[in-house]
Ligand binder design. Structure first.
Ligand code: LRH
Ligand code: MN
Ligand code: MN
Length: 386
């Protein structure tokens, strides 16, 4: 057996979404949690705490306008002082009355221009924060057959994206996220990886696909999509989360650790965690009933754990079994790695790096939750959307 190269774990960097630290909920109720951030600064501080305990989360993604501030340069410095950087800037054209019938796809040119201008504002934010990626997810779509011209909407989308792309700097990228339904229930204008791929390839080399693991029909083979997009050189980023039903935004690896393992195996296979890889690993989650900081700690540890297991796959033996048609042997090699408990090994690695061996326990013992609950009284707790 060849020695697994666990050194690749050193390259693992998982970006945290600012909105995961705010309160969120369902259509029925948003439960508040003591200590929830009231400002983007407090969200960044929470993300920095996750990074401090895990050493795995050096960047924080922002969502505009939820995280809008007057001085992004100052916010950048604030984050750096806490040991993290500002990462992906997510645009938002899904919470404004003007976008009822679409944003970048709207039939009304003035609404399209408003949505384009919002993206230009996001690129200006990126210039100030030093962010590389503009992530676009659109709620655009229709609910009833006949409601919109499917093809016309694609044409307008292509034109709007091309206008935005012209503003993307040489060191920046546009990543286009797809989702098969919700909020639209009949047509979604960017429903699948193929549509995202078609649009980003038309734009140019600095446009990539974003794969949110919760955005597929049940039963979809996500690792196949990962393999294909890596093959095509267009996998720009992940929004990791897990789900039992629809876009549940649960802790990554909570619903189906084996699926996460399979996805990460393909990421590694395609060079996705090699140094300088174009693949950004981001979380996109909401913690509706669980505590948020430990929720994020658990999430990054789950990604680390499944990456380590995927790195344990004896790829030489696997290739040999595949080439000789040894179906059960090949499957067994993959499963051996999946069933290996890497937790003691990862605890040792943390100790070697001066990190707590058990970050969840370290957080629980730190008294941090009680401290922020006491400090963060008054003001309005952030919620998904503000
Ligand atoms: C859409 C989505 C997208 C948004 C986020 C809040 O479902 O996954 O990434 O920006 O949720
Ligand atoms: Mn997402
Ligand atoms: Mn989503």
């Amino acid at each position: 057996m060849t020695t697994p190269n666990l050194d690749l774990l050193d390259n693992l960097a998982i970006e945290l979404p600012s909105w995961a630290f705010g309160n969120s909920g369902t259509r029925f109720k948003v439960f508040g949690t003591p200590g929830t951030p009231r400002t983007v600064h407090e969200k960044i501080a929470d993300a920095a705490k996750v990074n401090e305990l895990t050493g795995l989360a050096p960047t924080v993604a922002l969502h505009i306008p939820w995280d809008r501030v007057d001085d992004y340069g100052a916010l950048r410095t604030y984050a750096q002082d806490l040991g993290v950087r500002l990462g992906t800037i997510n645009s938002n054209t899904f919470q404004d009355d003007d976008y009822k019938f679409g944003s970048l796809t709207h039939t009304d040119k003035t609404v399209r221009q408003k949505a384009i201008d919002h993206h230009i504002e996001c690129i200006e934010v990126m210039n100030a924060t030093g962010s590389r990626d503009l992530k676009i997810w659109l709620a655009d779509g229709t609910n009833y057959p006949g409601q919109g011209d499917i093809r016309g909407r694609q044409d307008r989308l292509a034109e709007s994206l091309a206008t935005i792309y012209q503003h993307i700097g040489d060191e920046q990228r546009l990543v286009l996220e797809y989702k098969f339904f919700e909020p639209a229930t009949y047509v979604t204008d960017v429903p699948d990886w193929g549509t995202s791929y078609v649009h980003v390839t038309a734009l140019g080399e600095r446009a990539m696909v974003c794969l949110d693991t919760g955005h597929h029909a049940p039963g979809t083979n996500i690792e196949f999509i990962v393999a294909q997009l890596l093959r095509l050189g267009r996998l720009g980023s992940f929004d990791f989360n897990s789900r039992f039903y629809a876009d549940d935004d649960l802790i990554v690896g909570a619903a189906d650790p084996f699926q996460l393992f399979r996805i990460l195996f393909e990421v590694i296979r395609g060079g996705g965690i090699d140094l300088g890889s174009p693949v950004a690993l981001m979380l996109d989650q909401c913690h509706n009933v669980e505590e948020k900081i430990p929720g994020q700690i658990r999430s990054v540890l789950n990604v680390e754990e499944m990456t380590a297991r995927a790195l344990l796959v004896d790829t030489d033996s696997l290739a040999a079994a595949q080439e000789t048609g040894d179906v059960l042997g090949a499957n067994g090699i993959l499963m051996d790695a999946f069933y290996t408990d890497v937790r003691p090994l990862l605890a040792r690695r943390r100790a070697e790096r001066g990190l707590p061996t058990d970050p969840m326990a370290a957080y629980a013992a730190s008294g941090h939750a009680a401290r922020i609950a006491e400090q963060r009284v008054g003001g309005t707790q952030s919620s998904w959307g503000a």
